[in-house]
Each structure stands twice: as C-alpha cells, then as structure tokens.
Design a protein around this ligand. Structure first.
Ligand SMILES: Nc1ncnc2c1ncn2[C@@H]1O[C@H](COP(=O)(O)OP(=O)(O)OP(=O)(O)O)[C@@H](O)[C@H]1O
Length: 254
C-alpha cells in the first residue's frame, strides 16, 4: 500500500519503492520492503508502527543519513540517493532540520547560541524577523541567555525545535521528540510543533510510539514489517490506538 498521490511541487520529501537491506547472508534484515510515502509541504506527518517496523530506517534514508538498497528518495525535487558526501552534507545542513529524543544541545552554549549554531557553521545569518518569530513561537524569549543545564527538559527540547526551525529547512525530521519528557512538557513541545506547521508553514515528520503525540499531526502513516500499511488524516488518539491494535493483531496472526 502507498500513501496518497500528489504533484511533485507540493512535496517536501518522498520515498519511491524504497528497499533497505542490512547485513548479508544469515544476518540479512530487510528493514524496508518497497515503501512509497509522500510528505506534503506545510503538513505535520506522524509515522507509527511496531518496534522494528522500519520507521527510523525510513527517516534516516529520507534525511540522507543512511543509503537505500533500492528505490529513490527525494527532498523537494532533489534526489538524495546518489548524492556525493559533500552534497549530502550541504543537504543536511541547509535543507533539513533534526530533533532528537535526547535534545542534543551543546552544554557550554546558551539557548540562543545553540539555536544559531547550525547557521553559524554554515556561515549564514537568519533574518532578524524570522529569528524573532521563531523565538516567539517557541516561547523562550526570557530564557535565551541560559545554558541547557539551567532549563527544564521541555524548555531544552523547545530550544532544539527552534534550532531546527531557524534555517527554514525544507523538512524537519523528529525522532521521538517527546520520548524523554513528562506528559506536560511533551504536550508543550507537541503544541509548539503543531503551531510551527500552522503559523510558520513548516513541514514536520515525526516518528512516535505515542498515539496521543500522533494525534497532533495532520496525518499518521502506519508501518508494519517494512511496509506502509495504512494512513489516517486528522487523527484522534483513539483512532490511532485502534489502528495500532489492528496492526498488532495482523502481525501476531502472520
Ligand atoms: N544498522 C543496522 N544494522 C542491522 N540491522 C538494522 C540496523 N538498523 C536497523 N536494523 C534493523 O532493521 C529493522 C528496522 O529497524 P528500525 O530501527 O527502522 O525500526 P523502528 O520501527 O524505528 O523501531 P523502533 O520503534 O524500535 O525504534 C529492525 O529489524 C532492526 O533490527
């Protein structure tokens, strides 16, 4: 099954018949077995599925952090597979934002310095209007001079979100962004991600195990055993939970 057909210009990223095999011989694992996914611009997509179903592998292939065994991956109209190391580095630096479960902030830098670091490395400066808008959306204006150790987990993750947003990437990939947060801080971050799609027009792809987190997305794409097995638009947590139960039952029977 593939997830919805759109025209190329509406797409922030896509996978076309992607296969990924790890290892060789007896140790071979087919992590992706013919995945077709389209990620539309200005949309918040959640990717869900049982452990080992291929969610992180797909995200890593889309972001150029891992190579595909077969098929094609695109960010906007740029084909990612086949890029040189240099091209991949500039793709990841200039066109893609990342948010990780562990925040990955540099402890010796202030919140503001962390937010600006990727642009500083690229030798770029954000427009002051955009920076102000991102900081306002993130709700951190009072905390910009603080180091990560002086911030709560939720605040640290919001700094990481601002860092991902500030370069206005084509797409932000978030891998379990609320996995290390309590439910209040998790909700803060999810609301922020939701807002950055709605008011800043950002495109976000989030891998999660949490049906409540997925309910903040515009669309949920479900994986099982290296395939896309379904999708729900305008999801509720209950609808997501029902779908996960169905997938679990099918997997157990298979
Ligand atoms: N570097 C690797 N070498 C070998 N096998 C791998 C590697 N990375 C992933 N796999 C295997 O590929 C399959 C898919 O893994 P992946 O991490 O994409 O699943 P996932 O859906 O993200 O799981 P989880 O929800 O537990 O994070 C699994 O069977 C995993 O063991």
């Amino acid at each position: 099954m593939s997830a919805t057909i759109s025209t190329d210009t509406e797409l922030a990223a896509r996978a076309v018949n992607v296969h990924k095999v790890y290892g060789t011989g007896d140790a071979q694992v087919a992590a992706l077995r013919g995945v077709d996914v389209e990620l539309r611009r200005g949309e918040f997509t959640a990717i869900m599925g049982p452990s080992g179903s291929g969610k992180s592998t797909l995200m890593h292939c889309l972001a150029g952090l891992d190579t595909v065994s077969e098929g094609d991956v695109y960010v906007a109209d740029m084909k990612v597979n086949g890029m040189s190391d240099k091209e991949l580095t500039s793709l990841r630096r200039d066109r893609i934002g990342f948010i990780f479960q562990q925040f990955n902030l540099l402890p010796m830098l202030t919140a503001e310095e962390n937010i600006l670091l990727p642009l500083a490395i690229a030798g770029r400066k954000p427009s002051p209007e955009w920076l102000a808008k991102v900081i306002e959306t993130v709700g951190l204006s009072e905390r910009l001079g603080h180091r990560p150790s002086e911030l709560s987990g939720g605040q640290q993750q919001r700094v990481a979100c601002a860092r991902a947003l500030v370069s206005q990437p084509e797409v932000i990939f978030a891998d379990e962004p609320t996995g290390n947060l309590d439910s209040r801080a998790g909700t803060e971050v999810l609301k922020f991600l939701r807002d950055s799609v709605r008011s800043l027009g950002q495109t976000i792809v989030m891998v999660t195990h949490d049906p409540n987190a997925a309910s903040y997305a515009d669309r949920v794409v479900f994986f099982a055993d290296g395939h896309v097995v379904g999708e729900i638009t305008e999801p509720t947590a209950d609808a997501v939970l029902d779908m996960m139960k169905k997938i679990d039952t099918v997997e157990k029977v298979a």
